[in-house]
Ligand binder design. Structure first.
Ligand code: M6R
Length: 608
């Protein structure tokens, strides 16, 4: 969602802002803008559409001089995408320019108050209210005005603020939306995420909720709401810069698909020591696990789909009941949670607003919270009792692939670890699972070698209007992910169904030529799945069957068959997802879609 960049230093700000914003494009946006102090005034330039429109308008930044500025990519919440609604938003007298990520929930009441006090508005945004409020409360000290304003606004925010009266400072504050400060030599930065500043600095501060940063080119001071200085230690980012670049690939999504074997190795290997699973610092003892009466998994989107697989895996291995909920539902349904419940929260970004709120609700109700997160130091990681990081590296493409795969492997680790402590696994089974886990990267490599087959299938069906994904148990969980992957990047309507449910309604949609992707990887359910395949074939469906290499019978009914290597049933999800990702990718590519930045979507959903 919205991306924020700010620069203060000795170089021309606008090209740096545009470059930083480009690195944040993955977050999703519909318009962009910058505000730069040109030596006399704050100059604002903004436009609807892609960043390139703004860059062209500014001759790649050359047209807007000045060495201090803030920039923004907007993902519309209040008011449609337009030049006027783009950020920065400016106060009536032009004293303040503000960029914002988040939602001001009480903006209507605040707007009414400001209108009564003579302010006028040009945009439909909640952010303009903040610019006006700053000007309203400003009495010569910007820090005071910022403290006053954040005492008035409700909701989530990361703000970057320029004030014409102090043209050597940027002000930044956040609550629930991410914001980091990049520390350079005689230059400093603000950004929503690390890739925006990675080519400039690797030393950062992560702002905590309601810490206010006053940033000069040679000094960053952070205050709390009482204007006390907060001492912070910089955090060093050791990402390989190429991890956040396309590295010769046409799309980040494809690069990230190809990176999955390595990402899985990086996630598993440090946690298997001398043939035993070691879960970092997570101290889940036998006694603690025994007192959990259930596990609840909460997440959104693809991370939720990992949770659906996890339910099958954890229940099968540990026999502890597992509930799974989408975070936006969980938080408002008065869930039955107490200190006998382990809540597992899954999130790539660690910033998803609904997931974070669900975590907070679970903690409030007394649960122990274990999170599976990719972004180190993110809000979800910080607020959890225990964290297991997925070592996937930066994931830029909006459609998740390697984060999903590494989340799955962490689930296997947790399930095997708990099952072992509970005495549910023999030593042979334990070692078999570890061996299978270790083999996943090379088996995925093997599948990736057959990517042209999926490219061919995509070339045959990229014009489809509807595509159905069916499967049973874990294959049903994979159908959910395959369907989401396809629809989010190719815009083809798609549905995922538990195969046995088809005849209770959805089968009426199957007609001559409808493409059905049938997942049949689970050995004990293979025959049942074949009956479902027959049912759709009898109604005219074209079937793309996905099964393991020992089930050649699939070819008798399916129009096309894609084989994956064999492993134990519980881990087949990790292999089955690869062709689904590739199929979605190639379909979207053939349709000419903007794969890394699908319409209307954002990488980190930091608003409710
Ligand atoms: O950062 P998170 O894992 O919390 O994000 C959750 C979902 O927004 C995310 O998985 C989304 O569904 C992806 N676009 C799926 O590819």
């Amino acid at each position: 969602m919205c991306g924020i960049v700010g620069y203060i230093g000795n170089d021309q700000a606008t090209p740096i802002l545009l470059n930083g914003l480009e690195k944040l494009e993955y977050r999703g946006y519909d318009s962009a803008g910058v505000a730069v102090y040109d030596g006399k005034h704050i100059q604002v330039e903004k436009s609807e559409g892609r960043l390139k429109v703004l860059a062209d308008l500014l001759d790649n930044g050359k047209k807007l001089p000045g060495t201090i500025g803030i920039g923004h990519t907007r993902w519309a919440t209040h008011g449609k995408p337009s030049d006027i609604n783009s950020h920065p938003q400016v106060s009536n007298l032009g004293k303040f320019a503000v960029v914002h990520n988040g939602i001001i929930e009480n903006y209507l009441a605040l707007k009414e108050f400001l209108l009564k006090n003579g302010k006028t508005f040009v945009s439909e945004t909640d952010t303009e209210v903040v610019a006006q409020l700053l000007e309203y409360y400003y009495q010569g000290d910007v820090l005071d005005a910022v403290i006053k304003v954040i005492g008035k606004v409700e909701g989530s925010y990361a703000f970057g603020i320029l004030c014409e009266d102090v043209p050597d400072q940027i002000f930044a504050v956040r609550k629930k939306s991410p914001l980091i400060i990049g520390l350079g030599k005689n230059e400093n930065f603000i950004a929503s995420d690390i890739p925006a500043i990675l080519n400039k600095t690797r030393e950062i501060y992560r702002l905590e909720n309601n810490e206010i940063a006053v940033i000069k080119n040679d000094q960053v001071t952070i205050y709390d709401l009482d204007k006390e200085v907060v001492k912070k230690t910089p955090c060093h980012i050791d990402w390989d810069i190429s991890a956040a670049e396309k590295g010769g690939y046409e799309h980040f999504m494809f690069k990230e698909i190809m990176e999955q074997p390595k990402a899985i190795c990086d996630t598993i290997h440090p946690r298997i020591q001398n043939g035993r699973i070691v879960l970092d610092d997570v101290t889940l003892t036998k006694e603690e696990i025994e007192q959990f009466k259930k596990i609840v998994i909460v997440a959104c989107g693809s991370a939720y789909h990992v949770g659906v697989v996890a339910k099958y895996v954890i229940e099968k291995m540990t026999r502890i009941p597992v509930d799974i909920d989408v975070a936006s539902e969980f938080r408002y349904r008065n869930p039955i949670i107490d200190d006998k419940v382990l809540v597992i929260v899954i999130s790539q970004s660690g910033e998803t607003a609904d997931t974070l709120a669900a975590l907070q609700e679970a903690k409030r109700l007394g649960a122990r919270v274990l999170s599976i997160v990719n972004v180190v130091g993110s809000a979800i990681a910080n607020e959890s009792d225990d964290v297991l990081y997925t070592w996937a590296g930066p994931e830029i493409s909006v459609a998740t692939t390697k984060a999903y795969s590494t989340q799955l492997t962490v689930i296997y680790l947790i399930a095997i670890y708990m099952a072992d402590l509970l005495g549910k696994l023999s030593q042979e089974e334990y070692q078999m699972y570890l061996k299978d886990l270790n083999r996943l990267p090379e088996q995925i490599e093997e599948i990736l070698k057959h990517k042209e087959q999926l490219q061919y299938l995509a070339s045959k069906y990229f014009n489809a209007k509807d595509i159905f994904f069916i499967g049973r148990n874990i294959d049903y969980a994979m159908s959910l992910e395959g369907s989401l992957k396809l629809k989010e990047i190719s815009y083809i309507h798609s549905e995922a169904y538990a195969a046995g449910e088809l005849k209770h309604g959805t089968i009426s949609l199957i007609e001559d030529g409808t493409l059905v992707v049938a997942l049949a990887t689970q050995d004990i359910l293979f025959e049942k799945m074949m009956s479902n395949v027959e049912e759709v074939v009898a109604r005219g469906a074209v079937v793309l069957g996905l099964t393991t290499e020992d089930h050649k019978e699939m070819e008798q009914s399916a129009t096309h068959t894609f084989y994956i290597p064999r492993t134990n049933d519980l881990m087949l999800a990790s292999l089955a997802v690869i062709p689904l990702q590739l199929f979605a990718y190639y379909v979207a590519s053939m349709k000419g879609c903007d794969i890394d930045k699908p319409r209307n979507l954002a990488k980190s959903v930091t608003v409710e």
